[in-house]
Write a protein that binds this ligand. Structure first.
Ligand SMILES: [Zn+2]
Length: 87
């Protein structure tokens, strides 16, 4: 059905984007509220994510993927990109 300008504007008045709300973690990093901190792995004062193990796992996976790509000849040694490894 035909909508007039006023009805269109009223509908669109609820479509504005809002910024991401962040709170400061006890480690000093910004994190999303009600979510564990990605930097230190803490939630509500206790450690819930082993960030060291996660970083090690990610490094291992990156290494393995690069190895597979090299073996299949999709990338060569000199053109490969170094991805920064999280501490
Ligand atoms: Zn933190």
């Amino acid at each position: 059905m035909r909508r007039n300008r006023s009805q269109t504007a009223k509908r669109r008045s609820h479509q504005a984007l809002v910024g991401i709300k962040t709170v400061k973690c006890e480690c000093g990093a910004l994190r999303l509220p009600h979510r564990a901190c990605a930097e230190c792995g803490k939630y509500n004062g206790r450690v819930v994510i082993d960030v060291v193990a996660r970083a090690k796992r990610e490094a291992r996976r990156t290494k393995r993927r690069e190895k597979e790509l090299k073996e299949s000849g999709q990338i060569s040694e000199d053109t490969k990109e170094k991805e920064p490894v999280q501490a």
